[in-house]
Design a protein around this ligand. Structure first.
Ligand code: XIL
Length: 468
């Protein structure tokens, strides 16, 4: 007869052994590799992709990164466009697109087809057709191309860039031949050829609210009301720091989502006038952060695609003279710590962009101002309290400037006029605290929101002079 204690003892010993093994494993496990951008996005139910183009695929260092897990989606930059796929009427060439699809398949990456109907990169045979023949040519082009890729693509940009800046439709070959109905016709034709591909309209300068975005919004609303097969709207997001960040991007994405369509950031890059400098890169990092935050905040935002990942193959320098440095990897295929880090951090990761480039700290001159900074942080926001102590000469009116490294966003300030541009915060005196005698102090404060980390600013200037 076995003692009833024995099984219990065995269970206790087994449990103890289990705990011991688990602890040993925890202690011995090497630091886990940082998550890729796509892994981070996937954890939030979205994808993170990069466009590519055929000539680049011969660069093995490039393809190692493209297919190495950072990206879960890709878009051919050129090889599915009309000028490539049907350069003359009825003669089709899908070889470039096929190469990208097969690369994507073997690397477990989904493909956004780009694009079927567009006024640009359109062969001249289409634009010179008599208008009575344009519809048949368009439908044949769509049917042939969508059928060729049937079942292999996640989505199609069916009509690309249909709008003028004022929100009216472009008078291109398709509009001139068929009126605004060409869009519904294109969507229906694509749907008939591949009922499972998500069908998108895609455009630029619709990321924020405004006339062009309203044009797209009204179109999508009316297409939905008519039962036209439309699944999504692509927001290209070719941003430039000199034009400001789109107005209310998150709310704008949300209002489209509320129409019952998916939304996606389809061609993200953030360009600047060259040369890059610390201030520009700080702003650029903030823009990337803002785009990621906007998509994350909208459930129906399915993913973000950057318009290639490296400056080496960016379209920007060739299209916008004097501009560039728009992508998270530099021309040598190295991650830019700050930009990659901003994207990773916004996606909930740890950055892992290597060592951040230190921001040069201005050296205070003896007898200059002093700044004491403290933050009362509640996790998603904080109150910043700043005491300014004037240097050795009296001033009448002051401007305080400093920058945050993260996505800290000013909501409300007091005891001065507060503003923020990118990551740089500027405070000017209120009417009653502008005059400061030598060594005199005054305090200001503001509330901020943030996500990720909240590091105190490293340096402050008062009227352009660094404070200690
Ligand atoms: C660009 C490509 O990246 C370039 O290589 C090509 O010379 C021009 O087109 N909006 C779009 C994309 O929808 O197709 C464009 O791609 C960039 C702007």
């Amino acid at each position: 007869m076995s003692s009833p204690l024995r099984p219990r003892l065995a269970a206790v010993l087994a449990l103890a052994l289990g705990v011991l093994l688990a602890l040993t494993a925890m202690v011995m496990r090497p630091a886990s590799a940082a998550s890729t951008l796509d892994q981070l996005a996937k954890a939030k139910g979205k994808y993170f992709g990069s466009a590519t183009d055929n000539p680049e695929l011969s660069n093995s260092a490039y393809t190692a990164i493209l297919g190495g897990g950072e990206f879960g989606a890709t878009t051919p930059g050129n090889s599915m466009k009309w000028d490539t796929t049907e350069p003359s009427r009825g003669s089709f060439n899908f070889s470039g697109g096929d190469t990208i699809v097969s690369f994507a398949k073997s690397h477990n990456v989904i493909v956004r087809g780009h694009n079927l109907v567009w006024h640009s990169q359109l062969p001249s045979w289409v634009s010179s057709l008599p208008s009575t023949q344009v519809q048949a040519a368009m439908e044949n082009h769509i049917t042939t191309e969508v059928t060729h890729y049937k079942g292999q693509l996640y989505a199609w940009d069916v009509v690309n860039e249909p709008f003028n800046e004022d929100g009216t439709l472009r008078t291109d070959a398709f509009y001139n031949a068929m009126g605004s109905g060409y869009i519904a016709d294109a969507l229906r034709t694509a749907h008939a050829a591949d009922p499972n591909a998500k069908l998108y309209l895609n455009d630029y300068n619709i990321e924020g609210t405004g006339a062009k975005s309203d044009g797209m919004y009204n179109l999508v609303k009316s297409l939905k009301q008519q039962g036209v097969p439309i699944d999504g709207v692509g927001f290209e997001s070719h941003l430039a720091i000199q034009y400001g960040f789109p107005t209310n991007m998150q709310q704008n994405l949300q209002r489209f989502a509320d129409l019952g369509v998916d939304v996606a950031v389809t061609e993200l890059d953030v360009r600047m006038q060259l040369p890059a400098d610390t201030t520009k890169v700080n702003t650029q990092a903030q823009y990337y952060t803002n785009v990621v935050n906007a998509c994350l905040a909208v459930t129906r935002c399915v993913g973000i695609t950057i318009w290639d990942y490296t400056d080496k193959y960016s379209w920007i320098p060739g299209t916008f003279s004097g501009e560039g440095s728009a992508l998270p990897w530099d021309e040598n295929l190295n991650k830019k710590p700050q930009i990659y880090g901003a994207i990773s951090t916004a996606l909930g990761g740890t950055g892992d962009g290597g060592t951040p480039t230190p921001t040069p700290t201005p050296t205070p001159t003896p007898g200059s101002c002093k700044v004491a900074y403290s933050a009362n942080d509640w996790g998603t926001g904080f109150t910043a309290n700043i005491t300014i102590t004037n240097g050795s000469s009296a001033i009448n009116g002051w401007t305080l400037k400093f920058s945050y490294a993260g996505n800290q966003q000013l909501s409300q300030g007091w005891s001065g006029t507060w503003s923020q541009s990118g990551s740089t915060v500027t405070v000017t005196n209120a009417s009653w605290n502008g005059g400061l005698a030598a060594g005199a102090s005054t305090s200001v404060g503001a509330n901020f929101t943030y996500s990720g980390s909240n590091t105190a600013p490293g340096s402050f200037t008062l009227n352009g002079t660094a404070c200690s």
